[in-house]
Design a protein around this ligand. Sequence first.
Ligand SMILES: [Zn+2]
Length: 302
Amino acid sequence: MLLALLLPLHGTPAWSADAGASPDKGMDSGAGMVVPAAFPGTGTPAPIRFLLSFDDGPSAAGSGNPTVNILEKLAHNRWQDGIKAIFFTQTRAWNGGNTDVGRQLIKREHEDGHLVAFHSATMFHANHRFMSTKTLDASLERGVADLTSTTGVAPTLVRPPFWAYDAETLELYHKHGMQMLLTDLNANDGKVYGINFSWHKRANMLKHLAETRKRWAAGSMPAVDGSTPVVVTFHDVNTYTSRHIEEYLEILLDVARELEMPVAAKPFYDERAELERAAMAATVRDAQAKPALPGLWNWLWQ
Ligand SMILES: [Zn+2]
């Protein structure tokens, strides 16, 4: 971690302070209310359904491309074929979205039935809160135009780099037709200086889902189409993640079982429109909401 502190990969690591939490406050800080209760007081909450999302891609690697591997594994794996996910893409990344390989992969993500969304339209993974209004406005316009020309559809969802947002960034996202989706679970698989493996994948997911369970049991998470979406974040540029995605899926199912959380008959989303409805219900629309972020300390690097 010290090494990580000293050698930022994606520009300056930024403290996403707007989450309203600090490491010493722990995961219980804040109300953790993402959205108002959809069905308060109606008894058992709807079973959970994992909404998979992938940040920072696509990769432009010519061989062993991790984004390609993720797409193949989502289509065919041991747990559920035809999984559809959200890809929060970086359209101008010098080593990804802004290359021919990258643009082809964004197109493929859309054609394969996934939901392509926006993460950044700068050469590097830049913090939106550090940009002037004018710069961010132009950046969002560029990103929306990039994705619209590549997929034929304007993005409806955005996830801020470093999870850093404030009232102004949120307002600009809305101005450009996008709602902001954060996450319930985080694989903490952001690519960190060559240390791209996770030591405690299962323990980490268990911890984050246990936190989510409190909100789920309290009826404070939205139910959509009969399920409670639980947003999970990975990084498709991470070759470790791409090689272990089936294991991650197994871990999700396993920790849900351990926490006695019923899972939908199809545990993962498999239809884009339904995926988008679920994601929309989980978006943060108000800068004052300040949801608790899972494993915030680790989020610094992503
Ligand atoms: Zn990112």
